[in-house]
Design a protein around this ligand. Structure first.
Ligand code: UDX
Length: 423
């Protein structure tokens, strides 16, 4: 199949490379000249595990261009542009509608336009109205790729949702995937359901995280251990262990945006999503609460403390700092300087953080001589601390509970604190 993907970001690029690896010819269209130059020189301009390597194997099937008229050869056009959060919490649909208007004059007869961008319920109806051609099918195909695991998720999806009432269009899209993905994972719904499945899934996962974070706060007061509580809860197959890792709250380009957009949508329809509203507020407050905790520990130290922060990305496996709790926490730690290290996200964080943050070349440089080390992102790289020895008294705040507890507790000079344990 000839496919065009509009938008070469965290969704568009893995999708394009994945579909090219199924044998399709894919043209990626993006309007950012700098990104295009990088892509045209054969470099993937974002960090995503395995993506550069996959690109090398499929590059004869992929082209990158800024020329929107290239959609003219495509049987399937995938919209994968951003739908960022507006100030009022709604999804900003400026880019998706612009892309729709841009492709409209070039669409070949019977082309299928599939929206992968996360869009509010009814957006695909509007896209259909803009295109206004009976031969063109507009379908909703929400993406569930996690950053850092996007290729794994592309090749091993839990489900592929195809939102359309048009059975022959459904069959065409199902055939695109069915040689590589088990048939029972591909389902058809109407367009509105498909749009809502994406929001409801992300809001549910966000709520699960907020739930365990609240339980974690309770654990700290009653001398329980949230890791044990999560393990015990997770053994119930109806609950499941995934997304029960207590920490500093969720971030990223999806959960914060999608929970807010869902609430906005529900408000508009007069429906009270109290649980989602509470999750949004609780998650927002959490990052400031964590910063205050760190501030308190700093003020307890006599003399000038050396403070090190490990982790800037919103989670491991990515260089993305969008809505990263780590960034907000650092901004709210009242200290100068703060030493910071992240295996991937330092270039992005440099643009966000003030001159009081010193970015170190290595993990070792960051923690060297530190009085306080706060772990804010769940990178496995930080498990290197288990092998370190500490010459002076060091408070290690493991706010992602990633280090081995007995090992850390046995270390001379280390005071080791985890999230969700008695403070
Ligand atoms: C998410 C969805 O998982 C994916 O299906 C969707 O398509 C896009 O949004 P992503 O934003 O890449 O993916 O990250 P995810 O792995 O879901 O983590 C989101 C945030 O929750 C991160 O900040 C992470 O650190 C945090 N998190 C996750 C926890 O705090 N605890 C957990 O148990 C799991």
């Amino acid at each position: 199949m000839k496919i065009a993907v509009i938008g070469s970001g965290y969704v568009g690029l893995p999708t394009a490379c994945g579909l090219a690896s199924f044998g399709n010819n894919v043209v990626c269209i993006d309007n950012d000249p700098q990104k295009l130059t990088t892509l045209q020189s054969g470099i993937i301009p974002l960090y995503e595990e395995g993506l550069q390597e996959l690109y090398e194997t499929v590059k004869d099937k992929l082209t990158f261009t800024g020329d929107i008229s290239s959609v003219k050869d495509a049987e399937l056009i995938i919209l994968a542009v951003g739908t960022p959060m507006s100030d009022d919490g709604s999804a900003n649909l400026e880019y998706i509608f612009q892309a729709t208007k841009d492709i409209k004059p070039y669409l070949q007869k019977d082309a299928i336009v599939a929206t992968k961008s996360t869009v509010p319920i009814g957006t695909n109806d509007e896209i259909e109205n803009i295109i206004n051609r009976p031969d063109i099918a507009v379908i909703s195909m929400p993406e569930f790729l996690r950053e850092g695991y996007a290729l794994y998720d592309f090749f091993n999806p839990d489900r592929i949702i195809i939102g359309t009432d048009n059975i022959s269009v459904y069959n065409k899209i199902r055939d695109l995937y069915s040689s590589h993905i088990p048939a029972e994972k591909i389902i058809r719904t109407n367009r509105h359901s498909a749009e809502l499945i994406k929001y409801a899934s992300n809001a549910f996962l966000a709520t699960k995280i907020q739930f365990i974070n609240e339980i974690s706060d309770l654990c700290e007061q009653v001398d329980a251990d949230v890791s044990d509580v999560a393990a015990g809860m997770g053994m119930d197959t109806r609950i499941g262990r995934k997304f029960l890792n207590a920490g500093i709250g969720y971030g990223g380009s999806c959960f914060p945006k999608d929970t807010n957009a869902l609430k906005y949508m529900a408000d508009k329809h007069g429906v009270n999503l109290g649980l989602v509203s509470s999750t949004i507020k609780g998650n927002h407050d959490r990052r400031f609460n964590i910063a205050n905790r760190v501030n308190k520990y700093i003020s307890d130290i006599e003399g000038k403390a050396r403070v090190a922060v490990l982790g800037l990305a919103f989670k491991n496996g990515t260089d993305d700092i969008r809505y990263s709790p780590a960034i907000d926490i650092i901004k709210n730690i009242n200290h100068n300087p703060i030493y910071a290290y992240d295996p991937r996200a330092m270039d992005n964080a440099r643009k966000e953080l003030g001159p009081n943050v010193i970015f170190t070349e290595t993990l070792k440089d960051c923690i060297s001589d530190a009085d306080i080390i706060a772990i804010l992102t769940e990178w496995s790289d930080f498990k290197a601390l288990e092998k370190e020895s500490f010459a002076k008294k060091t408070l290690i705040l493991d706010y992602r509970n990633i280090l081995d507890e007995p090992t850390m507790r046995s270390k001379p000079n280390v005071i080791y604190k985890r999230i969700g344990q008695k403070i």
